[in-house]
Design a protein around this ligand. Structure first.
Ligand code: AIR
Length: 185
């Protein structure tokens, strides 16, 4: 299904052409944040997963270190805007997901970006090793993590949206069918 796209500086907003019954306003339900535009190539996979399920969302660049005030503002204002899940991706000293989680009680999913210096192990540890009390659900490094963050956001939203749960189940069935039909030549 094709989603509406609005581009602004450092920000992409995607509505859904078939808004979910429980989101008739079509306002973003998921906020996809990343530390730099250099993360976007990978984070497109989270964007794509959300688009595939028709979930309205907003993607934008914000850095825990380079724009800390904006990071705090986006996180603390998210709930009031109707956001239900936040995805935060960063590489290296990847503090974005943790900083975002410190400013909201919404579920925060962290995606560690592959880094040049340490192949993403630095990003993984910085994202996953949160102190008890402020959770970040950390996904795999890179593209698989980005896709799965989108899918996990869909799963969280589907708890209260049967329509979305049906789409998720049919996606799983299709995925399974492809594996079962695999022929090696
Ligand atoms: N980053 C940006 N602000 C804080 C951090 N940790 C991360 C970005 C990116 C990496 O630093 O998430 O993965 C390199 O960013 P850049 O802009 O130098 O390419």
């Amino acid at each position: 299904m094709k989603a509406k796209k609005t581009k602004r500086v450092g920000k992409v907003i995607r509505g859904s052409e078939s808004p979910l019954t429980l989101n008739p306003s079509n306002l973003p339900l998921v906020l996809v944040l990343m530390g730099s535009k250099s993360d976007w190539e990978v984070m497109r996979s989270a964007d794509q997963a959300l688009q595939d399920f028709g979930v309205a969302h907003e993607c934008r660049v914000v850095s825990a270190h380079r724009s800390p005030a904006l990071a705090a503002q986006l996180a603390s204002g998210a709930e009031a805007r109707g956001i239900e899940v936040i995805i935060a991706a960063a590489g290296g000293a990847a503090h974005l997901a943790g900083v975002i989680a410190a400013h909201t009680t919404l579920p925060v999913l962290g995606v560690p970006m592959k880094s040049d210096a340490l192949n993403g192990l630095d990003s993984l540890l910085a994202t996953v090793q949160m102190p008890a009390g402020i959770p970040v659900g950390t996904l795999a490094i890179g593209k698989a993590g980005a896709t799965n963050a989108g899918l996990l956001a869909v799963a969280i939203l589907s708890l209260a949206r049967p329509e979305l749960r049906d789409r998720l189940k049919s996606f799983r069935r299709e995925q399974e069918k492809k594996i079962l039909a695999t022929v090696l030549d």
